[in-house]
Structure formats: structure tokens, C-alpha cells
Write a protein that binds this ligand. Structure first.
Ligand code: HEM
Length: 414
């Protein structure tokens, strides 16, 4: 404990989107405990709790490195195998998030650790598990499948690759160290082996903690400050918007404290985007590029004034600006917590980067979060010519496991 900084659940730093500043901790520690070995830096020693009301990786501040991986149960595997798998994965996630090796020598578990993360601390590792629509058919639990898992509607601008979409099971891994994150990915994949096979896998990144002089909202690969108007855990309606309430209908009570993750791989057409002058780029979003301030005035955190016009009578935040179209005020209050990773998968033969946003948003109900907002963006977002939705997933993410419990136990064993 004394060598670690703990990040709790929903209270964490008030913001996915803010990256914690680093440094200082190691020096302070060494000064007060001279007899102990030198401490890990703040980045390495930060630990997120596995057990709790909600799973980690939802309100945890954005991490520098992320892996998303979806699995399908192998032919013949059903509920029994799914139970064993979730038990193995949960035990391993708990150990890895505490900075311990993966292997425990259990009969059904791995008997050694790969060593990839040796010497590193937990580095804010989080491992988050979700169930896709098809999981319920495979495990004979369709009567407990919530309506929130109904397939997302098609959108006119979709270019969705089914092979890189959905899946029985979804795992989100995040860490502030690339080796720690990859170590967790290997452990999760190896432990899936008897029961499930990888369906698709994607890698992402965010700015590293300490890269900016003070904690700041992240930027995406278009250079925009992205995440400003996310719901904040300090807001009174945050839980209601992001997490499934405790008092829900009996067949779906297993999802209390859980959430829905919508995952979209959104390619950015950066060659086209970067040709736009900055003023045009700002009109597309409705915010200034430099500091994220709304074009209606103020600073990054000033509320958008959607009615304010300039001296020429034109709206300062244009009609088709992304921030206007997606704002809760224009969508009957629809809100979601956006917690993305950027991605870059090399450069295509035509010289265009295969890069963009692994858009992940969290909400208590996708039909009152992602779906209505994306419907509207699909019809008239000024950003649309510069992006392409290439893959899609929708997952029910159970509440956090209590001590001694594994993730999904309330669904699989009741
Ligand atoms: C590559 C694709 C996207 C990019 C580059 C992007 C970028 C941005 C930026 C720069 C902002 C303004 C700053 C902020 O409040 O965070 C923003 C706001 C927002 N975006 Fe996106 N976005 C993308 C896709 C989406 C999608 C697919 C959705 C949901 C369907 C979405 C929903 C929102 C929402 C709800 C806001 C906050 C609006 C407000 O309340 O002011 N975005 N986005």
C-alpha cells in the first residue's frame, strides 16, 4: 500500500479525459522512508481497484495505452465454460491490477507468468469485461438478455466490417505503460484458450501522463481537445446517465451497477482534414483548436452558447458543427461518457495513415445515449466528410465484482 497510489472507482479525478500529472511521488517517498528501496515513480505505482461497485476502466482517467479484444466462445463451449473463463479472467485481472504476476499455479490457470511486466508497477492497469448479444445465445441465457443489447441500427454513413465488430465477449485493457498493457493482453488471451478465441483485436493510445505541464483534456489525432463536455462524476445525474440503476426489472438485475459500452472504430481521413485551414477546422467542431473554447466565447469550460450570433447575424457555432449536433440540449438530454483511445495501424499503400479514434462511450442505456446522437450526427455533422465508421460493437458491461466474486457471476450463476 505504502508504495502505491490508489485510484478508486467513480470518484477518480473527476474525469475520463484528464490525464494525471506525474512525478514528485518518488522523491517525496525516498525522503521520508530512507530505509526502503527507492519507490517506483508515480506513473508505475498508481493502482486502480479491481473490486468495487463498478468495473474499472469506465471512470478511470484515460490511460496512455489501450488494447481492445473481442472473443467468441469456441464451438461446444457454453455456460459452464463461460463460468470457468470469467472466474479465471477475474482472478487474473485482480492480480495484474495489483501489480502481481499472472500465474497462480491453479489447476485450471496458467502456471507461469510471461515476465513482460517484470520490474513495473501496476501503472494504472485496468481490465474491463463485457458481454455481447451473442453471448446470451451461446450460454442459454437469452431470457436475461436486456433490450439495451438489441443491435444498433444501421447508419447511412457506416462502412462497417462485420469481422471486426461485436463478439461474444469483450475485454478493454488500459495502462500507462505499454509493456504492462501488453502483458495483460497476453494473459487474457492465453487464459481464454480452452473456451474462447479472439475475434478481433485493436490497439490504441493516449497522451502519456506527465507529457503536459498540468493536467489537461486529451487531444485526438485531428489535434482537437476532445472530452471537454463529458459528464463528470461530480454531477448529480452522472450515475443515472452512465450506470444501470440498482432497481431494475428482475431478469436484468444482474446488470445493476453496470453500463453499456458502444465501441466504434472511426477512421480519420487525415490527409483531407489537414488541408483545411484552422478556422474551417474550428467551424467543423464549433470550438477553437488551440484551447478548446467554444466559438461562442469564453474558455474551454465555458458552456456553449448555441444561440449567439456574430455581427453578420450568423450563428457563431454553425448549424452543422459537431459540438452543436451532439450536445445533450439538442438530443432530449441524451448523454454518454466518451472514453476513447487514438489508434494508428500503419500507412496504407496509397500513403494514407490508417489512423483515427477507437471511440468508446459508456451509458446506462444506448437508446438514450449513443443511438439518438449518432442518428443526428449521421444526418448532418460537418465532421462526417472527414471520418469513416469502420467497425462497431455493443456490449453489456456488468457491475464490478465484490470481493470473492467474479465479473458476471450474478448473471451466470443465478
Ligand atoms: C472521430 C470521430 C469524432 C471526433 C474527432 C470527435 C470530436 C469531438 C470534439 C473535438 C468535441 C468537442 C469537445 C468535447 O466536448 O469533447 C466533441 C464533442 C462531443 N462529441 Fe464527438 N467526436 C467524434 C465522434 C463522436 C461520436 C460518434 C459521438 C456520438 C455518437 C460523439 C459525441 C460527442 C458528444 C456527446 C460531444 C459533447 C457535446 C457537448 O455536450 O458539447 N462524437 N467531439
Amino acid at each position: 500500500m505504502s508504495r502505491r497510489r490508489l485510484i478508486g472507482g467513480a470518484g477518480a479525478a473527476g474525469a475520463a479525459g484528464l490525464v494525471l500529472g506525474a512525478a514528485g511521488g518518488a522523491a517525496g517517498y525516498a525522503a521520508t522512508r530512507p530505509d526502503e528501496p527507492a519507490a517506483l515513480t508515480t506513473v508505475g505505482s498508481t493502482e486502480v481497484m479491481f473490486h468495487g461497485k463498478h468495473q474499472p476502466g469506465i471512470t478511470t482517467p484515460l490511460q496512455a495505452r489501450g488494447h481492445l479484444v473481442a472473443f467468441d466462445l469456441v464451438p461446444g463451449a457454453g455456460r459452464k465454460e463461460a463460468i470457468a473463463l470469467m472466474r479465471r479472467w477475474s482472478a487474473t485481472a485482480g492480480r495484474l491490477m495489483a501489480g502481481e504476476p499472472a500465474g497462480n499455479g491453479a489447476a485450471d490457470g496458467p502456471d507461469h507468468d510471461t515476465g513482460i511486466a517484470l520490474d513495473a508497477g501496476p501503472s494504472s492497469l485496468t481490465v474491463t469485461f463485457g458481454f455481447g448479444r451473442t453471448f446470451f445465445e451461446r450460454t442459454g441465457l437469452t431470457d436475461r438478455r436486456p433490450p439495451g443489447l438489441d443491435p444498433l441500427p444501421p447508419f447511412s454513413s457506416d462502412h462497417i466490417d462485420a469481422a471486426r465488430s461485436n463478439g461474444d465477449l469483450w475485454v478493454q485493457i488500459g495502462a500507462d505503460d505499454a509493456l504492462v498493457a501488453f502483458h495483460a493482453l497476453r494473459a487474457v488471451q492465453k487464459e481464454a484458450a480452452p473456451a474462447a478465441r479472439v475475434r478481433w483485436q485493436m490497439n490504441g493510445f493516449n497522451r502519456a501522463p506527465g507529457a503536459t505541464a498540468r493536467p489537461m483534456t486529451a487531444r485526438n489525432l485531428m489535434g482537437q481537445i476532445d472530452g471537454t463536455n463529458n459528464p463528470k462524476p461530480s454531477e448529480s445525474d452522472f450515475d443515472r446517465r452512465i450506470f444501470v440503476p440498482d432497481t431494475t426489472d428482475a431478469p436484468y438485475d444482474w446488470l445493476a451497477g453496470g453500463s453499456y459500452a458502444v465501441v466504434r472504430r472511426i477512421r480519420m481521413l487525415l490527409d483531407d482534414w489537414e488541408k483545411l485551414p484552422v478556422e474551417r477546422q474550428e467551424q467543423v467542431i464549433g470550438r477553437r483548436k488551440q484551447d478548446g473554447a467554444p466559438l461562442s466565447g469564453g474558455t474551454e469550460t465555458t458552456a456553449l452558447d448555441l444561440d449567439r450570433a456574430g455581427p453578420d447575424g450568423k450563428l457563431l457555432i454553425p448549424d452543422n458543427a459537431h459540438a452543436r449536433i451532439s450536445s445533450p440540449g439538442k438530443n432530449s438530454g441524451a448523454a454518454m461518457l466518451r472514453r476513447p483511445f487514438s489508434y494508428h495501424d500503419g500507412i496504407s499503400a496509397d500513403g494514407a495513415p490508417d489512423a483515427g479514434l477507437l471511440f468508446i462511450c459508456w451509458q446506462a442505456d444506448p437508446l438514450r445515449g449513443f443511438v439518438p446522437v449518432q442518428r443526428k450526427l449521421d444526418r448532418g455533422d460537418a465532421l462526417s466528410p472527414f471520418i469513416r465508421h469502420e467497425a462497431s460493437g455493443l456490449f453489456a458491461v456488468p457491475g464490478g465484482a465484490a470481493d470473492g466474486e467474479y465479473v458476471g457471476q450474478r448473471l451466470l450463476e443465478s
